[in-house]
Write a protein that binds this ligand. Structure first.
Ligand code: E4P
Length: 218
């Protein structure tokens, strides 16, 4: 399973990249606004740190404007995945860009029907938002299971399931059990994956017992 981080904070990205576990980055207009930085500058910075796909999202909703923005965004790095919304215009742009060899991440997916359309439009990634579904008392993980099943039924679909809007480590574990290709989560959720109270407790005991031996390894 590939790990993407969902942030436009370059310090967080540098920190996670140093672990060697980071396969890509996703951003969206809200995350760019939160960074307080120029869109192009921050995306270029991210592309210089991470080799894997870096998703940068169009801002317009009409086809012509969206295509013009997509054509600009894809010049910002060799590893750019242009992010488009799951609308008719977005999927038209997706088809055009993917036919020309540009990676496209189709975002704001909330149904299996939408995921089928994105795959037919040649998306590199489909981003179903599990947390936002959970937030409205719908089952986000059930959507991931449905999309994984459908894509498995059609090996000619090259689209990777990128689980987005992750809120907890269990979203990641459940996604891995279902065979989702990629997950993107906030930095804190990735860090939470390391944590287990028995690891902390066990390590503290080993450290104490080692002191009693009076030995040193080096
Ligand atoms: C994915 O690409 C989105 O940027 C993101 O996962 C949305 O998450 P949110 O629902 O926490 O805003």
């Amino acid at each position: 399973m590939k790990f993407f981080v969902d942030t436009a904070d370059i310090n967080e990205i540098n920190d996670l990249a140093a672990t060697g576990l980071l396969d890509g980055v996703t951003t969206n207009p809200s995350l760019i606004a939160k960074s307080g930085r120029d869109f192009k500058e921050v995306i270029k910075d991210i592309c210089s740190v991470v080799d894997g796909p870096v998703s940068a999202e169009v801002a317009s909703t009409e086809y012509d404007a969206m295509l013009a923005e997509a054509n600009e965004i894809r010049t910002w790095g060799d590893n750019i995945a242009v992010k488009v919304p799951l609308t008719e215009a977005g999927l038209k742009v997706c088809k055009q860009l993917s036919d020309e060899g540009t990676m496209v991440n189709v975002t704001l997916c909330f149904s299996a029907a939408q995921a089928i359309l994105a795959a037919k439009a040649g998306a590199s990634f489909i981003s179903p938002f599990v947390g936002r579904l959970d937030d409205i008392s719908s089952d986000g993980m059930r959507l991931i299971a449905e999309i994984c099943t459908i894509y498995d039924n059609y090996p000619q679909f090259d689209t990777e399931v990128l689980v987005a809007s992750i809120r907890s480590p269990m979203h990641i574990v459940e996604s891995a059990k279902m065979g989702a290709h990629v997950m993107t989560s906030p930095p804190d959720v990735i860090r939470a994956l390391y944590k287990h109270p028995l690891t902390d407790k066990g390590l503290a005991a080993f450290v104490e017992d080692w002191k009693k031996t009076g030995q040193s390894i080096l």
